[in-house]
Design a protein around this ligand. Structure first.
Ligand code: FAD
Length: 430
């Protein structure tokens, strides 16, 4: 039992005892990691009526959700809506199509309207700022407005180890806990993955890196040379590609007030010898894209002096995601390249699947069987999407295939994770 050391703790034990007395069917669920996946999982389990606690290493309220945006495709929006989160609340900008531009002439190579996305999938594809999404997820997980007993958040609390045999979770403040279910949503560098999988695994370098930065859209005003960024063409990303596959990829978010940009390229550093993220400079960004046309140079000159440089890594397929009463979820299980914008969407699908398979009356001893169902329903699909995200960047013949293949789009974005889990539960557990 956890006592002391983190936010709200003196109240927690009291509330927990009251809640446990009130409904004995509640499971005691610990989630390690309060990123997009961990928070979606907290909301989904809260709505099932369970007692949920989230342990987050970062001590800042925005956690690590700084400085970038994210695309929420229809399969993600469907889940967010079912968790009470609307596109309006996250200030989403509609992704109606992608415009591909030549890196020198600016000629439009492909201005692919993706058709009637809402008509096809029942939900829009939207683009939002990660901080906006994270804030709303926090409110719905920990605030009074969400359905079910509010989850509890412990900031500045790092998980140190997990023993799947004894079900003991050790935290950085020296406390040990014994939850009914442990969910490791602690991201690409997961501390608990090796205990769950039974071997040490790190996300593999892909040789791809990306500069990432945000720009105030007001800086585009009164400059017709920069109309290509948001004014011309369908609402959605612009992809400027050179023959050697350096890519400027940018799109608006936060009600079009901010532009999110990436400068993707093959990394000339040895990726195992440098950090995942390092600060870099506008000068280096300009140098990398110096042969791009003048309209792109103008855009790059608007960045701040400092820009971030990220390695893009991809997890190998793991032998398993589960062990006893514990499982991996989100990037800890399947971190992938952002090529088709599905990393967080896959974490949301994991979250909703898991919560549907483990409703309020699930006996503790039945958890391993439910986790096997979770792995069965999720692993093959997430590994497939992860594989496509990698191939469609590094295999020349497959580059941007996603945007040309309605079949692939349908397979990825037309999937309803909640309905699939509900159906499986009905057939196997009721
Ligand atoms: C450049 C880029 C662009 C992307 N674009 C898209 C996109 O358009 N669409 C999309 O769907 N996905 C996209 N993704 C992927 C998406 O960001 C991730 O898949 C998603 O954020 C994964 O969420 P997560 O909760 O699993 O992990 P994270 O968001 O990494 O969260 C993990 C959390 O765990 C915490 N933590 C770590 N270790 C511990 C510990 N030991 N104890 C306690 N807490 C810990 C961390 O502080 C963090 O808050 C992109 C990724 C990148 C790199």
């Amino acid at each position: 039992m956890y006592i002391g050391g983190a936010l709200f703790c003196s109240k927690i034990l009291e509330q927990k005892l009251i809640l446990l007395r009130a409904t004995e069917e509640m499971l005691d669920i610990d989630i390690v990691g309060g990123g997009l996946g961990g928070l979606a999982t907290a909301i989904a389990f809260r709505r099932q009526g369970h007692f949920v606690e989230v342990f987050e290493a970062s001590s800042a309220t925005a956690f690590n959700e700084l400085g970038a945006a994210i695309g929420c495709p229809p399969n993600a929006v469907r889940i967010l809506k079912s968790l009470g989160i609307t596109v309006e609340s996250i200030k989403g900008v509609e992704y109606a199509g992608i415009t591909s531009l030549d890196h020198q002439s600016g000629t439009v190579g492909l201005s692919a309207s993706l058709g009637d996305i809402k008509g096809q999938y029942g939900h829009v594809w939207c683009l939002c700022h990660r901080v906006d999404l994270h804030e709303v997820l926090q409110r719905m997980a920990f605030g009074e407005e969400g359905e079910g007993p509010p989850a509890k958040l412990f900031l500045g609390t790092r998980a140190v180890s997990w023993d799947p045999k004894t079900n003991e979770l050790a935290l950085s403040n020296g406390e040990t806990r014994k939850p009914d279910l442990l969910i490791a949503a602690d991201g690409i560098n997961s501390a608990l993955r090796s205990a769950i999988v039974g071997q040490d695994i790190v996300a593999s370098p892909t040789g791809v890196a990306s500069y990432r930065w945000l720009l105030d859209s007001a800086k585009l005003d009164n400059n017709p040379q920069l109309d290509w960024v948001i004014r011309k063409g369908p609402s959605g990303p612009r992809m400027v590609t050179s023959p050697d596959f350096r890519v400027l990829f940018l799109y608006p978010c936060r009600g079009k007030t901010i532009i999110n940009a990436m400068g993707i390229h093959m990394d000339d550093r040895i990726q195992t010898q440098v950090g995942f993220y390092v600060p870099s400079t506008q000068a280096k960004l300009l140098e990398k894209f110096k042969d791009f046309g003048p309209q792109y140079q103008q855009f790059l000159e608007l960045t701040d002096e400092e820009v971030g440089l990220w390695q893009l890594r991809s997890m190998p397929d793991l032998s398993t995601w589960i062990n006893g009463r514990s499982c991996l979820l989100g990037d800890s299980a399947h971190a992938m390249l952002p090529t088709i914008g599905q990393g967080a969407a896959m974490a949301f699908e994991d979250a909703i699947t898991l919560a549907h398979l483990i409703p309020l009356d699930t006996p503790c001893e039945d958890i391993p069987r439910r986790l096997s169902a979770y792995e069965f329903l999720r692993k093959e699909r997430a590994d497939f999407v992860k594989g496509e995200s990698l191939d469609q960047f590094i295999v020349p013949q497959k580059r941007a295939l996603y945007y040309r293949s309605p079949e692939l789009q349908k397979r990825v974005m037309g999937f309803d994770a909640a309905a699939t889990a509900r159906e499986y539960k009905r057939a196997n557990f009721e």
